[in-house]
Design a protein around this ligand. Structure first.
Ligand SMILES: [Mg+2]
Length: 315
């Protein structure tokens, strides 16, 4: 367990930290398609073969790249350089970390995205994240993809919340993830979590975090109409413009949630302390009762006291 409580901020990527889908910045122009054509082709593949939506776009990317774009881990990572970020994003993580430090917590940032891991890994903020959970390929020794290794769709996104919650961060560690773990032994309790996303694909994560005592924020660019519905349907706690600037409404809201989490951590700590004192007193009383009973029955031995159900009356 970490020394200080961990406060985890989890982000969707496309339209949450960046204004467009990541493929639209450099990849789609490179293969000579428009975004509309590209996404229509992904949709067609998905319907034609009853494919998972993420596997469909991953296939279309490799297929359409043939003869137009050298498709390797390296070139995908290079695409990340063209990805634009919302106002204030580059300095955001440092500000959140500093505020958590003031509250006696450690902030950790995680990406949970249906986009491509290697493109996100190529952005200038990649180093700010504890983990980037996103779609990815298996690459051969030349860095050429030969099979999908991970497809993260809207419901599979939720497994990563449990990974963060239990501290089982490696995607191949499945048994420890599914083993029972009491709430008080989990590395990041849900109350110390905030999920930031922009749309319907984030709803399962938002709901899961909220229903376990954490918070969810829906961000928007121009119109808040769609995300208003998420708020009014009880799927998120706050609707805010995707502006991560210093002193902005989003920062103030996240700071307020962190204040609440820090206060909760303190009150829960006091409660646990109180329970431990009560248990210690109860234990001391049991020992006294056992000592008294032992005095009355010289033959008694440790472990056979009255509270173990094997006392003088049980003999
Ligand atoms: Mg999104």
């Amino acid at each position: 367990m970490p020394e200080e409580p961990v406060f985890a901020v989890m982000y969707d990527f496309d339209k949450t930290l960046s204004p467009k889908d990541m493929q639209e910045y450099a990849f789609i122009p490179a293969i000579g398609m428009t975004p509309e054509e590209f996404w229509a082709e992904c949709d067609r593949m998905m319907r034609a073969y009853d494919m998972d939506q993420i596997l469909a776009y991953m296939y279309v990317m490799t297929n359409k790249a043939r003869g137009t774009f050298l498709f390797t881990r390296e070139t995908l990572r290079a695409l990340g350089k063209a990805v634009e970020l919302f106002e204030g994003v580059p300095g955001w993580f440092r500000r959140i970390n500093a505020y958590a430090g003031k509250l006696g917590m450690k902030a950790e940032h995680y990406i949970i995205s249906s986009g491509l891991k290697e493109i996100i890994a190529g952005t200038k903020i990649a180093g700010s994240f504890e983990r980037i959970y996103a779609a990815d390929y298996c690459y051969d020794e030349r860095g050429v993809p030969f099979w999908p290794s991970m497809a993260v769709n809207f419901t599979s996104k939720t497994q990563f919340l449990f990974r963060i919650n239990k501290g089982v961060l490696n995607v191949t560690d499945n048994d420890p993830l599914n083993e029972f773990m009491p709430e008080d032994r989990r590395r990041v309790p849900f109350r110390n979590m905030i999920y930031i996303g922009d749309g319907l694909t984030d709803v399962p994560c938002m709901k899961l975090v909220r229903s376990n005592g954490g918070h969810a924020i829906a961000v928007y660019q121009d119109s808040r109409e769609m995300v208003n519905a998420l708020l009014l349907q009880g799927r998120v706690d706050y609707v805010l413009k995707a502006d991560y600037s210093k002193g902005g409404a989003l920062e103030k809201t996240v700071f307020a949630v962190m204040d609440q989490a820090a206060a909760m951590n303190r009150t829960i700590g006091l409660h646990v302390g109180s329970v431990e004192t009560a248990r210690a007193q109860l234990e001391a009383r049991k020992k006294q009762a056992w000592a008294r009973a032992a005095g009355e029955n010289g033959e008694m031995t440790e472990g056979s006291g009255p509270d173990e159900g094997n006392g003088p009356c049980g003999i």
